[in-house]
Design a protein around this ligand. Structure first.
Ligand code: FES
Ligand code: FES
Length: 224
């Protein structure tokens, strides 16, 4: 005789499952399939705020309102140029991208740490990556292209003394060396080391620049 409890009707049993939810089952159970169709904008991303323009620097807003970037005049390697520049544009970008002075490099991503962007501005070597183009209105600029085209003895001296390997840093060294020789026609080794102290070379050609600059100095002084 079966016991009483054995005769009770069986409860409906849940459907057999493999124990592994399909992706669809998981999403359904979590309520995500239905929710997905009603999803709004992705949280954390705001539509473009028209009022953000008020955060722009005032000079840029003024230039934009005028409809064109302000124009500056530059004399680059003896040629006169008039060029429109954005208020935040670096001299490096202006010279390289608008006037085609491709000798000017960027070995430190414009952090003012390498000297590869050096040009001569009104007789002084400067880092063009840290100089705003708008500040240079009316200036005279020399780049390595101009120094090479002028036949300056530094070029031959750099070649003869193996001053470059990859050459990426070389235009900056040339500009700094030229500015040194312009103000000091007979530099000592210490003068050269001090002047070139801000120019970095990944290929470590440093030691070769000293005889090169001295050779150029001798040539400029009539070979003495
Ligand atoms: S790019 Fe390095 S100092 Fe200007
Ligand atoms: S020659 Fe390569 S970085 Fe100077």
């Amino acid at each position: 005789m079966p016991k009483e409890e054995d005769r009770r009707p069986e409860k409906p049993r849940p459907k057999e499952s493999s124990g592994v939810l399909s992706r669809r089952e998981f999403l359904r159970d979590a309520g995500l399939i239905a929710g997905a169709s009603m999803a709004g904008p992705i949280t954390g991303v705001s539509p473009v705020d028209a009022g953000a323009a008020s955060d722009l620097p005032a000079a840029r807003v003024a230039a934009a309102a005028a409809g064109a970037p302000p124009k500056i005049k530059l004399n680059v390697n003896g040629e006169d140029y008039e060029v429109g520049v954005e208020p935040e544009e670096s001299l490096r970008d202006c010279l390289r991208e608008k006037l085609g002075c491709l000798s000017i490099k960027d070995m430190c991503l414009g952090h003012g740490a390498c000297g590869s962007c050096t040009v001569i501005l009104d007789g002084r070597p400067i880092l063009s990556c840290l100089t705003l183009a708008v500040e240079c209105n009316g200036s005279k600029i020399e780049t390595a292209e101009g120094i090479a085209l002028s036949g300056h003895p530094l070029i031959e001296a750099y070649i003869m003394n193996y001053c470059m390997q990859c050459g990426y840093c070389t235009p900056g060294f040339i500009c700094t060396s030229k500015a040194l020789l312009d103000r000091n026609p007979d530099p000592t080794e210490a003068d050269i080391r001090e002047a070139l102290g801000g120019n970095l070379c990944r290929c470590a050609t440093y030691i070769r620049h000293i005889p090169a600059v001295r050779q150029a100095a001798r040539a400029l002084n009539g070979g003495k």
